[in-house]
Design a protein around this ligand. Structure first.
Ligand SMILES: Cc1cc2nc3c(=O)[nH]c(=O)nc-3n(C[C@H](O)[C@H](O)[C@H](O)COP(=O)(O)OP(=O)(O)OC[C@H]3O[C@@H](n4cnc5c(N)ncnc54)[C@H](O)[C@@H]3O)c2cc1C
Length: 341
């Protein structure tokens, strides 16, 4: 079959004459999850994505399935409870795609957090999960397993457990399940504008085929419910539907960027995730194993207004991540030549 025939076949569901029950704009984890839940309930669902599925944030995360440890520190036990339950469910339902990963927090004399504070937090975390994951390693025991960690003023390390995944594969798994239950999902279709009725309610969207670069072909698609699962791009469609100007429109999204570096396991071997505070600004950062490589992350910066182009890392961010890592491991001395991605 030729490529254009394949594309025509992929676009065939757009010929549907009656409105869809639900049109979902955005093929990240949010859109995929909504499509799955709606299809399971028997709704006629169409999901569209402007690029490839999971092209947005959902393929560029830190790959962690957290149980919400940091929410305990802010007193939000409910969010922790929900996140922990979800983590345990994903570990069971998506075994092999969502896997348990150990995290360690090394403790140093005079540095925050001291072991007793962190360990109290971890005991509460385990209690909420109904599991006993937490372990404390005394100095010598930890150094036997992690000889490359900086030893000056080192006290010991706390270990807890969360999970790790391949974020884009997770989106594909959830989408597959949605499709299995009857949803239609088409990539390389961009919602260019929303269609409103006389009362100003959104009843559909005008979609552009972004796979055929030389075609101006658009499709008007109608639905009883239109869901914007456009993540960091959400304001663009909202503004479009509001009839306001860029100046008067009240934006709800403040786009931010977090960058990661990938280095080889030969240069920085890891069998578990390390979490620690960056020496400069005390933000929590991670070094963790992923797909036979080691990942360092992240930065956290405001990002200029988003378009649909690739987002990149700056030199300052590279230095920030290398400095953090070199500060934790003795004799590692990672530099730019070590960066694979
Ligand atoms: C640096 C960083 C690290 C993170 N790490 C973690 C982590 O370790 N664990 C975790 O659980 N979460 C993490 N997150 C959060 C997580 O990645 C996001 O919450 C999640 O990916 C958001 O998914 P989404 O589907 O809402 O958005 P996205 O994945 O961004 O999906 C939105 C999609 O909408 C599409 N779209 C936009 N406009 C249109 C349009 N007009 N027409 C068609 N399609 C359109 C985009 O192309 C995009 O694919 C991290 C986030 C960041 C930034």
């Amino acid at each position: 079959m030729t490529q254009s025939k394949q594309r025509q076949q992929a676009l065939a569901p757009l010929a549907r004459s009656e409105p869809w029950d639900m049109l979902i704009i955005g093929g990240g984890i949010t859109g995929a999850g909504i499509a799955r839940e709606a299809a399971r309930r028997g709704l006629a669902v169409l999901l569209i994505e402007q690029k490839d599925f999971a092209w947005g944030t959902s393929s560029r995360s830190s790959k962690m399935v957290h149980g919400g440890l940091r929410y305990i520190a802010s007193g939000d036990y409910k969010t922790t409870l929900l996140s922990v339950r979800e983590r345990e469910r994903m570990l069971t339902e998506a075994d092999g795609l969502v896997n348990e990963m150990h995290y360690v927090m090394p403790h140093y004399k005079g540095k925050f957090p001291p072991p007793w504070i962190f360990n109290t937090l971890l005991r509460v975390y385990d209690r909420i999960a109904g599991k006993r994951y937490f372990k404390y390693f005394k100095k010598d025991a930890f150094l036997r397993l992690n000889p490359n960690i900086k030893q000056d003023k080192f006290l010991g390390a706390s270990q807890f457990s969360d999970a790790v995944t391949d974020d884009s594969r997770l989106v594909m798994r959830v989408l597959d399940e949605a499709i299995h239950d009857g949803a239609q999902a088409i990539n390389y279709l961009k919602a260019e504008s929303l269609i409103t009725n006389e009362q100003g309610l959104v009843v559909g969207a005008t979609l552009k085929d972004t796979a055929s670069k030389d075609s101006d072909q658009t499709y008007n698609v109608y639905a009883k419910v239109v869901v914007s699962a456009t993540g960091a791009w959400a304001d663009t469609l909202r503004m479009q539907a509001s009839n306001e100007t860029e100046q008067s429109f009240h934006k709800q999204i403040r786009p931010s960027r977090g960058s990661h570096l990938v280095v080889s396991q030969e240069r920085l071997p890891t069998s578990q995730a390390y979490t620690f505070l960056h020496p400069t600004d005390k933000r929590a950062v991670f070094v963790f194993p992923w797909e036979n490589r080691t990942v360092l992350g992240t930065t956290d910066l405001d990002h200029p207004p988003l378009d649909d182009q690739e987002v990149g890392i700056t030199n300052e961010e590279v230095d920030y991540l290398l400095d953090a890592t070199n500060g934790l491991f003795d004799d590692t001395d990672l530099n730019r030549e070590d960066v694979i991605s």
